[in-house]
Design a protein around this ligand. Structure first.
Ligand SMILES: Cc1cc2nc3c(=O)[nH]c(=O)nc-3n(C[C@H](O)[C@H](O)[C@H](O)COP(=O)(O)OP(=O)(O)OC[C@H]3O[C@@H](n4cnc5c(N)ncnc54)[C@H](O)[C@@H]3O)c2cc1C
Length: 464
């Protein structure tokens, strides 16, 4: 049985940055990365060459493989500690800010654009904040470094070449099936029938691997907390409607506590000039997302509106809840994304092809099926979304117009928060470290990457 000092499960940003920080220390550690998807040179989504139709690859090239969900992401690095995860809860605000700076410098070293959007707050930004306050919206200021999807891939390729040259072994098409734990200590992992022994194991499996991680936690009694699930829609409107915000912020994060249910609704992942996209979980569950390219631009802006659902006893299966809602939408559309005009939703009627094409806006997701979100989303979530759009209309007039498109369902699975300490080591399994989105700790590229760096440093502390 082959033995490694450190085994990293999952080659997303969290796993990659763990490997980077470990090899940078030049301690000649034996490091193995096991990744269930393909290598970055073989990651191709057939959708781009067959008229936008998904052919349900297994595993999905958009969410698995080297760079994980980061490779085909929009590559927006959020430079605020308030965005993209809960690291400040573990590390404190000051340390998180320092680590973001450190990690951002690594991104720059590997080719990220030096330009940062929204670094200083201008008069125009302050005016937008005033409008937000009037509409009971909180405006979170978050400078963003935009890599763009193509550049993000180049950058992660460069990181791949670096860690491999430094001796890290990477095995693709290697889904880890089991964590091997004895007497509350990790001993190794099993993949495709092969056992690898590891002194330390970092689990960085992303949202794609969160179900698997949950099963492992149940099977091995690894301590967890009930997490949240974010459910909502992707909004698409003409660039003109969002222009003031797009020009001044690139991405404005707005949070609203709704009138009827006092639920938290937030804007997320805004893509000026971007494209709405579908992604598939477990091969067949279509959920909506959005991205933008550095050079190719559409006439539309898209962003997500997400309602955070935190469940209490006795319910403890938020991922299943989110998937169930997404499946309802898939049922109506034969596994495509559903799209509805805001005006149709408010009037309680479905959107038809005819209604969809009478607008100024041309949908960027070509295979979306016009339908009725009220048959899919729970009443509470629907009301939250409608009230949020009405509030947003006071900041970006026109967003609550009939033609605004709502694509469903967007779901962010963050649940199964694994219980860890400040060092991200499992609270009850020694030498098992939890990182990134799959552990319920982060929700974005930057914090996932930072999480990887911190874990590597913790591991290095114990190596002389
Ligand atoms: C379309 C899209 C656009 C996005 N845009 C942005 C953006 O602009 N800005 C931003 O900050 N964030 C964005 N995100 C989110 C961002 O990509 C994630 O937050 C980030 O990639 C999380 O990093 P991670 O390493 O925790 O997990 P992931 O990137 O998901 O990587 C986890 C890896 O683990 C692998 N894996 C899973 N299970 C196993 C297993 N059992 N064995 C072996 N390997 C396994 C997966 O194949 C995957 O490669 C986007 C996500 C998507 C899907």
């Amino acid at each position: 049985m082959e033995r490694f000092d450190v085994i990293i499960v999952g080659a997303g940003p969290a796993g990659i940055f763990s490997a980077y920080e470990l090899v940078k220390a030049k301690k000649k550690l034996k490091i193995l990365i096991l990744e269930k998807g393909r290598d970055i040179y073989k990651r191709k989504c057939p959708k781009h060459t067959n008229g936008g139709k998904c052919v349900h690859c297994k595993p999905c090239s958009i969410t698995t493989g080297w760079a994980g969900a980061g490779a085909f992401s929009d590559g927006k690095l959020s430079l605020s500690h308030e965005v993209g995860g809960t690291l400040p809860e573990y590390l404190g605000i000051e340390e998180t800010i320092d680590l973001i700076k450190y990690t951002d410098d690594i991104y720059l070293k590997f080719g990220a654009d030096s330009n940062v959007h929204g670094e200083t707050e201008t008069r125009a930004m302050k005016d937008i904040r005033t409008k937000a306050i009037n509409a009971n919206l909180k405006l979170v200021h978050c400078p963003v470094r935009h890599l763009g999807t193509e550049k993000a891939q180049e950058l992660y390729k460069a990181l791949y070449n670096y860690v491999v040259e430094e001796g890290v072994e990477v095995k693709f098409n290697s889904p880890v099936n089991d964590l091997i734990i004895e007497d509350n200590e990790i001993k190794g992992v099993r993949t495709n029938g092969t056992i690898y022994s590891g002194d330390k194991v970092i689990v960085a499996v992303g949202r794609e691997g969160s179900d698997w991680l949950q099963q492992q936690c149940e099977k091995e009694s690894i301590e967890t907390e009930v997490g949240i699930v974010d459910i909502g829609v992707r909004v698409e409107c003409r660039n003109e409607i969002m222009q003031e915000i797009n020009d001044n912020f690139y991405e404005a994060k707005l949070i609203h506590y709704t009138r009827t249910f006092d639920d938290k609704v937030r804007t997320f992942c805004s893509n000026p000039g971007g494209f709405v996209s579908s992604e598939y979980y477990e091969g067949d569950l279509a959920v909506v997302n959005g991205h933008s390219y550095k050079d190719l631009k559409s006439q539309n802006t898209n962003f997500a509106l997400l309602v955070s659902q935190k469940f209490t006893e006795p319910f403890n299966a938020p991922i299943q809840f989110g998937k169930h809602v997404a499946r309802m939408a898939n049922m109506l559309t034969r596994n495509q994304i559903l799209v509805q005009r805001f005006g149709d939703l408010v009037r309680g009627r479905r959107t038809t092809k005819n209604r969809l094409y009478r607008n100024n806006i041309i949908p960027t997701l070509k295979d979306a099926v016009p339908g009725d979100l009220s048959l899919v989303l729970p009443h509470r979530i629907l009301m939250d979304i409608i009230e949020m759009i009405e509030a947003l209309d006071k900041v970006s007039p026109g967003i609550a117009s009939d033609e605004t498109l709502l694509y469903g369902v967007e779901v962010k699975f963050y649940s199964n928060i694994t219980k860890v300490g400040k060092d991200f080591q499992s609270s009850n399994v020694k030498n098992l470290y939890m990182a990134g989105d799959g552990a319920g700790i982060t929700r974005g590229l930057m914090q996932a990457s930072v999480n990887g760096v911190v874990i590597a440093r913790e591991i290095l502390k114990n190596i002389v």
